[in-house]
Design a protein around this ligand. Sequence first.
Ligand SMILES: *Cc1c(COP(=O)(O)O)cnc(C)c1O
Length: 395
Amino acid sequence: MHPNDSLKNWHEGQGLWADLDSKDWNNWKWQLGNRIVKLEQLEERMTLSEDERVGCLFAKDKLALAITPYFFNLIDREDPNCPIRRQVIPRSGETQISPEEMLDPVGEENTKPVDGIVHRYPDRVLFLVTDRCAAYCRYCTRSRLVSNAQDYNFHPEFENGLKYIRRHSEIRDVLLSGGDPLLLSDRKLDYLLGELCKIPHLEFIRIGSRIPVFLPQRITPELGEILKKHGPIWMSIHVNHPRECTHALREACERLTYSGVPIGNQSVLLRGVNDDTTTMRSLVHRLLMMRVRPYYLYQCDLITGSAHLRADPRKGIEIIRNLRGHTTGYSIPQFVIDAPGGGGKIPINPEYIKEVTDEAIIMRNFSGDEYTYPLNPSEAAKKPKNPKELEPVWA
Ligand SMILES: *Cc1c(COP(=O)(O)O)cnc(C)c1O
């Protein structure tokens, strides 16, 4: 094993809170109640740059500042460019809005049949069930409503959303998001998942959450039981940097997978955080060690005040090119751009096809060598499928 990928290297411990009773430390409610939410609280613990001070003062009108003690410990306080720090400590760049930036960069407001539901794709919906998170990512695509710093006044209404999903039998997949759905109480989650499970046309449920990364203490045995009871549930977590792969995250992922929840990861390509192959390779390797399958790598949305965090999409293409074929196929996420204005996720791939002629596909492999695959449409490929064959045997 490469030394950087060894489990022994993974961060852990109570750090600045070393004197605290570990019972409190491991209690997710203690972590939430003791979040760092004010400039003064940050400055008691570290020296901020002027750039960060300006960012923190602005945060209350844009997207609240909140960092769990657990995640704060992962910051290298001596390093002004620490990749963890860049994700959660505001900077003055948030006050600067460039002309291409938007409050609703992926056009969710235009595909919102009822409050809290985004129905963009034919067979699945996004269901926003809360506007709160355990900590706030400074590049949040939903900063217009998340944390309510902009007075959007989003009041998640389970019943309207549930009603919409019940009425639309074309929906087979519901993706719970927000805000962070795992911030809901066990009782509310149990109710919501239970109601969703009763809907006959739903085939499975997905949860998008960064709680395992910000607040792994929330993944309790009781939560595991609730998820197990209402499956099949898939989860997308959001890890951006290998340093976020701690023992605590690994244990949280283990509990989730043992509760029958397969986990994917969605990363956002961020300037100075993970926009290089070495960092990304280390991240995806660690994810596989935690049984987490890299799912998407997102180009950062054009959210207002994010220019300082957005990486060049060509870097993303280069990273994928440097991974594909060079390492485990399971570890390679799909790089996507969520089209500005509402076109949905568009896959962005390095080009392997050199030419398609009437006779052949001419392509390059991962090391740049050229290969040809002849085209020869066979009769079998044209034969229509019997639709019965496509139904699951238990249907
Ligand atoms: C991302 C997204 C989904 C899920 O897309 P998948 O490609 O199926 O993961 C669904 N609805 C909306 C509005 C989304 O943004």
